[in-house]
Design a protein around this ligand. Structure first.
Ligand SMILES: [Zn+2]
Ligand SMILES: [Zn+2]
Length: 338
């Protein structure tokens, strides 16, 4: 098959690689209908993560089941499926406790920006739609494979509640999804931190009531002002840098929780502030499968449209340009079509 591969920082190619095959009887092979580039793919692209030269990249895709292993019962060849980036059996103790991202049989999609992807624990992982979805739903279904579920997880971890105030740090696709999640959960005030006009517009469409364009201490002061000096009831940290985490803790009111879902890079926690103000930290890698049935229902009923985060669609063969566009912040999130 042809798939997107990474050879070195900044070196993305679309080339022939071996077809993924059924390796375990619980596997499925999915023919990718749409894949996309994730903000976390930019970490290796920018040289912040180790790279195995020539390995496939991309952990987000939806598609049609092409082949199943002999123990797969619930999904069938021909089903259209949403593929959570983190595969799980959905039956072990951690899955039953809602922590599918820590499944004892955890797997991760490896070639979501290629023509085919292998899904481990197919019965536990995959959620099939009733027949082929309309084309216009594909971007929103694709968003469920990671960013929307991750934004949702940030809101759950932060304890967003009806009538409360939520601050979202980060205006990437996950941050914007976090805005949508907080609004869906009934937060009365959703404050999105964003300096970029197109992202502010999506944040508003997703339910942000206030936009704070300032960053760092100025942004923190602005949020103090907006909350009458009290701070936010819930804070969603959707970036993963030290600066974003510092801002998140600075704007959290005493007793609040910061829900963090950005992959942490170089973060030092302000433990003294956490202690003095009783501000907690919860979250981590999103248990996507836990939220999929509910989120799928919301997409199919038209109550959420998380696919709006895709502002550039390219043929998969131009995935290198997609990475450049996201790296240079010319695009929020890039959808790739095989
Ligand atoms: Zn992702
Ligand atoms: Zn499990």
């Amino acid at each position: 098959m042809r798939a997107t591969t990474i050879h070195a920082p900044g070196d993305i190619r679309f080339e022939e690689v071996p077809d993924p095959v059924i390796e375990e009887p619980t596997d499925a092979i999915v023919k990718v209908v749409a894949g996309c580039i994730c903000g976390s793919d930019l970490w290796p692209y920018r040289g912040h993560n180790d790279i195995t030269a020539g390995s496939t990249i991309g952990h987000e895709c939806v598609g049609v089941v092409e082949e199943v292993g002999r123990e797969v019962r619930d999904v069938k060849v021909g089903d259209f499926v949403v593929v959570p980036f983190d595969h799980c059996d959905n039956t072990c103790a951690h899955c039953r406790a809602g922590m599918q991202s820590a499944c004892v049989n955890l797997g991760i999609t490896q070639s979501g920006q290629g023509e085919y992807a292998r899904v481990t624990q197919a019965d536990g992982s995959l959620v099939a739609t009733d027949g082929m979805p309309d084309d216009h739903l594909i971007p929103s279904l694709l968003a469920l494979t990671d960013v929307m579920a991750t934004g949702w997880h940030a809101a759950v971890a932060a304890g967003v509640r009806r009538g409360g105030t939520a601050v979202v740090v980060g205006d990437g696709a996950v941050g914007l999804s976090g805005v949508l999640a907080a609004a869906q959960m009934g937060a009365e005030r959703v404050i999105a931190m964003s300096r970029h006009e197109p992202r502010q517009e999506i944040a508003r469409a997703f339910g942000a009531t206030d936009i704070v364009a300032e960053r760092g201490e100025e942004g923190e002061a602005r949020i103090a002002e907006l909350t009458g000096g009290i701070g936010a009831d819930a804070v969603l940290e959707c970036v993963g840098t030290d600066g974003a985490m510092k801002t998140a803790f600075a704007v959290a009111r005493p007793g609040a929780t910061v829900g963090f879902v950005g992959v942490p890079h170089g973060v030092e926690l302000p433990v003294r502030r956490m202690f003095q103000k009783n501000v907690g930290l919860a979250g981590g890698m999103a248990p996507v499968r836990r939220y999929l049935p509910d989120l799928l229902e919301r997409v199919l009923s038209g109550s959420i449209d998380p696919g709006r985060v895709f502002d550039l669609t390219l043929p998969m063969s131009e995935s290198a340009e997609g990475y450049r566009a996201m790296d240079e912040r010319r695009a929020i999130k890039v959808l790739l079509q095989p």
